[in-house]
Ligand binder design. Structure first.
Ligand code: T3D
Length: 264
């Protein structure tokens, strides 16, 4: 029998749902899943009909990071080059999500560990089922948090918490993750996908160019000063002021009706 695809892709109008699909391994990454996820995201990036993406996991986990069964070293055998895996797979994935000019929602359906936790945190909006938890599992196997974890976590939760959570590999339940600002919201398990779809549909119907520039500007705020940020806001506003969605938004407001945005 053919192997099931390690990544599933479905579309609902302008909203796409990408599902990591290795549930027996809690959707941990092997090369096939990396390649399938890259293909799915690249296709959605190039598709003007796609205006928002949900990333989730099949089964009881979101993603348990690297599949460690691919990393077992025979006694006296050569050590793997993990830098090469990061360079080839994890880093491009995180860079792609951060640069994607469309909103990406993580719908964290269950445990998110290692690179799986940081993949979720790289998404623009993180919703998590209340039973889900986030674990920076790396210290348990002698590694550093990767996939942007050392950059993202201190920004989200502060240096003190980031160091404790990573060095001690403390599992953070979804509601606690919401409370400390690590994620946007924890929701009931039964309504996770319904809420993610509602959010995704709303974003898919929104002015896509404006959302894309908002994403870039907020991400830049961590690395540049107010003067540069003000200049960038001016440039974005100038660009967006020429967009069809801006003209439609203003018309709709004046005509007291819902705007119909087209993402251009
Ligand atoms: O290597 C490189 O290229 C560098 C990049 C590294 C990035 C990384 O992500 S390093 C960190 C790797 N991930 C981990 O260390 C997490 C390992 N997993 C766990 O700690 C636990 O599984 C969880 C805390 C995530 C969940 O615990 P629990 O008790 O809910 O489930 P479980 O029983 O441990 O797991 C269920 C099954 O999934 C189990 O298989 P089995 O016994 O039913 O056949 C388990 O072995 C498998 N599984 C879970 N995580 C992984 C995995 N198999 C392979 N790799 C995994 N990461």
């Amino acid at each position: 029998m053919a192997e099931p695809s390690p990544v599933l892709l479905e579309t609902h109008g302008a909203l796409a749902i990408v599902t990591l699909n290795r549930p027996d391994r809690l959707n941990s990454f092997n090369e096939a899943q990396h390649r399938a996820l890259k293909a799915a995201i690249d296709a959605l990036a190039a598709d003007p009909g796609c205006r928002a993406i949900i990333l989730t996991g099949a089964g009881r986990g979101f993603c348990a990071g690297q599949d460690l069964s691919d990393r077992v070293q025979p006694e006296g055998g050569a050590a793997p080059d993990l830098g090469s895996t990061l360079e080839t797979f994890y880093n491009p994935l995180i860079r792609t999500i951060r640069a994607l000019p469309k909103p990406v929602i993580a719908a964290v359906n269950g445990v998110a560990a290692g690179a799986g936790a940081n993949l979720a945190l790289a998404c623009d909006i993180v919703l998590a089922a209340k039973s889900a938890k986030f674990i920076q599992a790396f210290s348990k196997i002698g590694l550093v948090p990767d996939s942007g974890g050392t950059w993202m976590l201190p920004r989200l939760v502060g240096e003190a918490r980031a160091k404790a959570l990573t060095m001690l590999a403390i599992p953070v339940p979804a509601e606690e993750a919401e409370r400390i600002g690590m994620i946007y919201r924890a929701v009931e398990d039964a309504t996770l996908m319904e809420e993610a779809m509602a959010l995704g549909t709303r974003l898919a119907d929104a002015p896509t160019l404006g959302l894309a520039d908002t994403k870039v500007l907020i991400q830049k705020a961590f690395t540049q000063g107010l003067d540069a940020q003000l200049d960038d806001e001016r440039d974005a506003q100038r660009r967006l002021g020429r967009s069809a969605d801006y003209a439609e938004g203003v018309r709709a407001f004046m005509e007291k009706r819902e705007a119909r945005f087209e993402g251009r």
